[in-house]
Write a protein that binds this ligand. Structure first.
Ligand SMILES: [Fe+2]
Ligand SMILES: [Fe+2]
Length: 489
């Protein structure tokens, strides 16, 4: 009986095709698959992943043959239509970039670098939902690492980024497996000088599968400017290696970070146009992310003022449910850097970001702020109005309090509300996560009084932004959750 039923079902489509073929209507030409050959690049990553576009960027061929010059893509991994063939442009540093446009929001696409007719499962990405919306699974997941660039330096911290990555992946395995929608890097992404070769090891060979499938959004650290992280210059043209590494060739910037990344300057993925790749913003569904430049723009008064004005314009135009800001130099830290000490100008951006930018975060409803630089994990209370030294922190007036009049933890019955007790969205949680590859030191007066949790242990952060809550977790290299907080709206 089962065989009979299957036979009847199988006959039905044949009959339909026969009717169609007998009509006089012109027949549609059969779809043809892309006919290229898949290439495995030496580096492969996704830039400006939005609701309707993405840039697939790559360089090199692991098999030593010719580089790929095009991609094919589609929603069926076993059949990439030849109509999707997209030719890449090639930059002065040899990066190929293929811009895919007209994509459908919140949809999984597969791609082949080299333009083969089928894709590997790991060569896939999901477009962002429409601005303001949540993806079909109801959650936007963000993975954040800071100062993770240890694999390119030959010292005791080499390999630390692998441990952090695997701790995160192990935690994912045990907690539902939902992959990240966004991958944020907090600067010092490649030690010691941010050369192109150091990026290859510390970024592209450390996270190859994540980078092939997740939009990457970085910010600039001091080590991205060469000079073993000691540059005080506000000008990317003054990038220099003192260890014998190569700056990038003209006509590109000598600063490899700016050539490796293709970041939005014109609001390509939402947000107000910044006109520079050094700082930018974008929307991902109901989340707005701002990446500020605390290393270069912050060191020049007029550039800093321009960035501050842009930030105000950007946040004034932002109506996202959740707003996240990232930059390298942490306003509040007592780790390997001390936010009370400017270190002869090296850490002056800590002071300028705290004094001039955190009041804007308070005024425009920023929810969470992530920095690196200090090789430690530190997470603040829900605070606002704290622009001075650590000795000036007044929890009674600057932190959201629990029912007992003490700074609230953000957990259990002390979860934060986006609109605080005074009726405005005037507070944020500040996290230092410069521990994505090494945890090194604490300052003399550790811990910082504005922090609820401080831990000298390596790890990374997972943020889950949903309709009515944002939860952030600190996951160590063992895959254990050591800290968390929730903001409700
Ligand atoms: Fe660092
Ligand atoms: Fe740093």
């Amino acid at each position: 009986m089962n065989i009979t039923r299957l036979g009847a079902l199988a006959l039905t489509p044949l009959l339909v095709i026969a009717c169609s073929d007998s009509s006089d209507r012109p027949s549609t030409p059969p779809a043809v698959a892309c006919s290229g050959t898949a290439v495995t690049p030496e580096r492969l990553f996704l830039q400006q992943l939005g609701s309707d576009r993405v840039i697939i960027k790559w360089r090199g061929n692991r098999d030593g043959g010719a580089e790929a010059s095009a991609v094919c893509f589609g929603t069926d991994m076993s059949f990439l239509n030849e109509d999707s063939l997209t030719t890449a442009s090639v930059t002065a540093t040899g990066h190929s970039e293929a811009l895919l446009e007209g994509l459908t929001p919140d949809t999984t696409y597969y791609y082949s670098v080299g333009g083969a007719g089928a894709a590997e499962a790991r060569h896939s990405f999901r477009t962002a939902p429409e601005t303001g919306e949540l993806p079909a699974d109801g959650n936007i997941r963000i993975w954040i690492v800071g100062d993770s660039g240890v694999n390119s330096q030959d010292n005791q911290y080499q390999g630390g980024a692998d441990l952090v990555r695997d701790g995160y992946l192990g935690w994912l395995d045990e907690n539902g497996g939902e992959p990240a929608d966004l991958f944020l890097m907090l600067g010092d992404n490649a030690y010691p000088e941010g050369t192109d070769a150091e990026h290859q090891v510390a970024v592209f060979e450390t996270y190859p599968d994540l980078l092939a499938s997740t939009g990457l959004w970085p910010t600039i650290g001091n080590h991205e400017m060469g000079t073993v992280g000691a540059s005080l210059s506000p000008d990317p043209e003054s990038y220099a290696s003192v260890l014998g590494g190569e700056p990038d060739p003209a006509p590109d910037s000598p600063m490899p970070y700016l050539n490796i990344h293709t970041l939005p300057t014109q609001g390509e993925t939402g947000g107000v146009a910044s006109g520079t790749e050094q700082y930018y913003s974008f929307d991902y569904g109901s989340v707005h992310v701002v990446s500020l430049d605390s290393q270069l723009a912050a060191r020049d008064p007029s550039n800093r003022q321009a960035m501050l004005q842009w930030l105000q314009d950007d946040l004034a135009a932002n109506s996202s449910d959740w707003t996240i800001v990232i930059f390298h130099h942490p306003p509040y830290t007592k780790g390997s850097h001390d936010s009370d000490k400017p270190l002869g100008g090296l850490d002056q951006p800590i002071f300028d970001m705290r004094e001039q930018f955190t009041p804007v975060f308070d005024e425009y409803g920023v929810d969470v702020v992530y920095s690196g630089h200090s090789h430690i994990y530190e997470r603040s209370f829900y605070i606002g109005g704290h622009t001075g030294l650590s000795t000036s922190f007044d929890p009674q007036t600057q932190a959201e309090l629990n029912d007992a009049g003490q700074p609230a933890s953000g957990r259990g019955d002390e979860e934060y509300s986006q609109i605080t007790r005074n009726g405005t969205d005037d507070k944020a949680v500040y996290t230092v996560a410069g521990n994505g590859g090494k945890a090194t030191d604490v300052a003399d007066s550790f811990p910082h009084p504005a922090h609820f949790f401080s831990g000298l242990v390596i790890g990374s952060v997972v943020v889950d932004a949903a309709a009515s809550s944002l939860t952030a977790r600190f996951i160590d290299d063992k895959g254990d959750e050591l800290d968390s907080f929730t903001i409700n709206r």
